[in-house]
Design a protein around this ligand. Structure first.
Ligand code: UD1
Ligand code: CA
Length: 454
């Protein structure tokens, strides 16, 4: 049977106290709603429908890459009203899976078991529920004669209902034909004057349909995020899952509590990740790498055998068996070769660096094309900006650039050339030649003695 997901993401999320819509807040690098959309795509090939409303344009624009249908709920009149907005996308004789955009931790396996339960019970409506010790704020699940009787929201619950610890997760499976028939029966006669989707339980029961609750043990999977405390809690849970997956796939993580790996990162086996490291975006790290302590790597490729210590690498490519750091800063669009050394306090930006090149200390390489087996001494500066334009510096293979050299771009140092320490290079250096551009030193005898006598 076809499973069509409807994801409710129109609410404002007042309790987040944020200018950003709640459903766009992120955990492990991707938005709450994207987590839910990805899940629904694993469950079914049907295009999910996302109900948006509060700051609809912003929400839509940040999710367009995901191939979903959007419907707009102009006024957020409640979860039942939100589902009503999506009826044009619901076909008869299928299964509707309702998910909330603020409940990102649910696992694929759990949803599949929920679907099995629904089918085995021959249910018309199943609600995923959980037992929690602090049920405050959740809809309470009222069971009678082993059947789900109704769901009562916190604000409408009486004292004995408030004692109930089984609560509604906000995830439901429904017979689409019956949902279409009865979605308009939901009324807003409650404390909040909202159209509660949860009322569908009583409506189905009145019709004599089959309604069930599927109670899961791990409540952390259905944590709904309403404020930033819960956001941090969810981040922690997701982070733990990611790290455990990595470790089970052969990555050593020295201290998982202090290692922050985003959902889409890939790491090869026998790589060691030291504490304080943040691996973000679409980063791909090879095998046998040593990452951290305190490495920040964003959407970069790090080939096997490379180490990155106490350094930042942004949107760049680093080759095999290269050493970066400590305290290096590799900025976007850099392409660093194999067996390269990028040492302490070296900054590289928008540059290519060939295999076997050594840049060991205190150097700025901006807009450069550095060949193979080049040595840049301590304190080399690529003077790439003239105040108007950024210009490129080219250093060809096997050249040697001494300490404290300024290269005024655009300029080229040809193959096998030498630049003497302290030189300011303004014109091309031919191959096999030495460029030396500094004032000849003279010594003034007894100068110090004369100065002291004054
Ligand atoms: C809801 C449930 C509650 C359940 C809890 C689980 C109802 C009436 N209550 O309460 O039983 O225990 O979730 O987390 O359903 N939304 C819309 N349009 C609206 C209102 C909400 O799209 O008009 C979306 C929100 O963006 C959010 C989701 O629906 O993603 C849940 O809304 P929220 O207001 O957080 O519901 P709760 O009060 O938490
Ligand atoms: Ca909620």
């Amino acid at each position: 049977m076809k499973v069509k997901s409807i994801i409710l993401a129109a609410g404002q999320g007042t309790r987040m106290k944020s200018d950003i819509p709640k459903v766009l807040h992120k955990i492990t690098g991707i938005s709450l709603t994207e987590h839910v959309i990805r899940l629904s795509k694993k469950i079914s090939d049907e295009r999910p429908v996302v109900v948006i409303g509060h700051q609809a344009e912003i929400v839509k624009n940040s999710l367009t890459h995901l191939d979903v249908d959007f419907v707009v709920q102009e006024k957020q009149l409640g979860t039942g009203h939100a589902v009503r907005m999506a009826v044009d996308h619901i076909e008869k004789d299928s299964l509707v899976l309702i998910l909330y955009g603020d409940t990102p931790l649910i696992k694929e396996k759990t949803i599949n078991e929920f679907i099995e339960f629904h089918q085995e019970k021959n249910s018309d409506l199943s609600v995923l529920t959980m037992n929690i010790s602090e049920p405050f704020g959740y809809g309470r699940v009222i069971i009678e004669n082993d059947k789900l009787f109704k769901i009562v929201e916190e604000k409408d619950a009486n004292e004995s209902e408030k004692m109930v610890k089984e609560v509604n997760s906000g995830i439901y499976l429904m017979n689409s034909t019956l949902l279409l028939e009865h979605i308009n029966d939901i009324r807003n006669k409650n404390k909040q004057n909202e159209f509660y989707l949860t009322d569908i339980v009583e409506i189905f029961n009145q019709q004599g349909y089959n309604v069930d609750a599927y109670c899961i043990q791990d409540y952390s999977e259905v944590l709904g995020i309403n404020n930033r405390v819960q956001l941090a809690e969810a981040e922690k849970i997701m982070k733990k899952r990611i790290n455990e997956n990595m470790m089970l796939e052969g990555v050593t993580i020295i201290d998982p509590d202090n290692t922050y790996i985003e959902l889409d990162v890939i790491i090869g086996k026998d790589t060691i990740v030291h504490p304080g490291s943040f691996l973000r975006g679409n980063t791909v790290i090879g095998e046998n790498c040593e990452i951290g302590p305190r490495a920040v790597i964003e959407s970069s490729i790090i080939e096997s055998g490379t180490s990155v210590k106490e350094s930042q690498i942004l949107r760049s490519h680093i080759g095999f068996n290269t050493n970066v750091g400590p305290y290096a800063y590799v900025r976007p669009n850099s392409n660093i070769g194999n067996e390269v050394k990028i040492g302490d306090f070296v900054e590289v930006k928008n540059s290519n660096i060939g295999n076997g090149t050594k840049i060991s200390h205190l150097t700025y390489v901006g807009d450069g094309d550095v060949g193979e087996n080049v040595n840049l001494g301590c304190g080399v500066v690529f003077v790439n900006y003239d105040g108007i334009n950024k210009n490129r510096t080219v250093i060809e293979d096997n050249s040697f650039v001494g300490c404290n050299v300024n290269l005024i771009a655009p300029v080229t140092v040809r193959e096998n050339a030498y630049v003497a320490a302290g030189t300011t290079v303004t014109i091309e250096v031919p191959e096999y030649s030495l460029a030396i551009g500094r004032e000849k030193q003279r010594n003034i005898e007894d100068w110090v003695k004369r100065k002291r006598m004054k």
